[in-house]
Write a protein that binds this ligand. Structure first.
Ligand code: ACO
Length: 329
């Protein structure tokens, strides 16, 4: 084994679309406010029969097809999600069953919007350690299930979707998945969180009445931290691997707010055109945002062999980080 590479990617978006105009009927808001403050025009909503594992399994199958890796050759499955099907078992195990993977280890990671980046780095390290050859990293979220459609501060922001990548041991001299910078700061756990439904505040009639199973967020505080920490993550990553900003071909950022992405571009002195943006179509899909964007960038031929690609994200936890990839496909 000479390198670790992203051998294939896939994504899945539910069919149902919720537009900004739809929200005008639900809360006091406007298409104009949502577009100018966030960049979002529409988002996808999973139907009643679809849970995170259904979205994730579709994206995973596409990634395997794209990688030309058969399901029998997948030897580990990692699922990044904060909206898993059930508290127990893990969504990774449910996806494993849906894919018919026999005994491959499967587990979830919870790092909110940074989850896919954590998953890629974890997969890279597991492969380098020599235990696995093909790891499926899936990011699957049904954010609309934890969104309060009575709260205009949050309801317009989130959507559902899934993305996946097959991370494989490679034999080429080229770089592939080079390395990452990952970070967390639990001091700010309550800037974006779901108060009830865990062991601190189990579900009860009162928690439901008080709408505590929905995501709560301090948007403007998070906005400032997001711009700073995403900029810092890219700076640290590039310095660590001795890459100049102008050598980066494409940056795939988390899609929480177009103004955050533009702020990061400005901070880093990297042109906005180098940032892949699809927030207008999907809103914030938490861990799935970067995974879907990576797959779409590949299908739109924005990733060329030899390009240096940076992913960067920020989310609840707080967590943030960035991956450096030499695209070798
Ligand atoms: N429609 C109309 N008005 C609205 C809406 C809406 N949908 N939402 C908020 N407003 C109002 C507010 O009530 C406020 O009104 P007020 O001044 O009368 O009080 C005004 O708009 C300004 O509110 P702000 O919160 O200051 O607006 P801001 O420009 O900061 O935009 C937003 C809000 C979009 C949430 C932004 O702060 C943001 O994107 N924050 C970052 C979110 C983020 O990064 N989350 C990542 C974590 S998500 C995760 O981990 C799962």
């Amino acid at each position: 084994m000479k390198n670790v590479l992203i051998a294939g990617t896939g994504s899945y978006l539910p069919e149902k679309v919720l537009t900004n105009r739809d929200f005008e009927q639900m809360v006091e808001t406007s298409d104009e406010w949502i577009v100018t403050r966030t960049g979002i025009r529409e988002r996808r909503v999973s139907n009643r029969n679809e849970a995170a594992s259904d979205l994730g399994a579709q994206a995973a199958m596409q990634a395997c097809l794209d990688a030309s890796v058969s399901l029998e050759d997948i030897d580990c499955l990692i699922c990044a999600t904060i909206t898993g099907d059930l508290p127990l078992p893990s969504t990774a195990c449910i996806i494993q069953k849906k894919l018919g993977l026999k005994s491959a280890p499967a587990f979830d990671i919870s790092a909110a919007c940074t989850g896919f980046l954590y998953g890629l780095e974890l997969a890279r390290c597991l492969i380098i350690a020599g235990n696995y050859k093909n790891i499926l990293v899936v990011a699957a979220e049904c954010m609309t299930r934890v969104t309060d459609y009575q709260d205009r501060n949050t309801c317009v922001l989130f959507g559902d979707g899934a993305g996946a990548a097959v991370v494989s041991a490679g034999e080429s001299e080229q770089n592939g998945l080079i390395g990452s910078f990952l970070a967390a700061d639990g001091e700010h756990e309550d800037l974006v969180y779901i108060p009830a439904g865990g062991s601190r505040l189990p579900a009860s009639r009162e928690t439901v009445d008080r709408r505590l199973h929905f995501l709560k967020m301090e948007g403007s505080t998070l906005f400032k931290i997001a711009v700073l920490s995403m900029s810092e993550a890219v700076r640290i990553l590039l310095k660590r691997f001795k890459v100049k900003p102008e050598e980066v071909g494409l940056i795939i950022p988390h899609q929480a707010n177009l103004r955050i992405i533009n702020g990061v571009a400005k901070n880093l002195g990297i042109p906005e055109e180098k940032f892949y943006v699809n927030i207008q179509r999907y809103g914030n899909m938490s861990a799935a945002s970067v995974a879907v964007a990576l797959d779409e960038a590949k299908r739109e031929r924005r990733l060329k062999t030899g390009d240096l690609v940076v992913t960067v994200a920020f989310g609840g936890g707080l967590t943030w980080g960035a991956n450096l990839i030499r695209w070798v496909r």
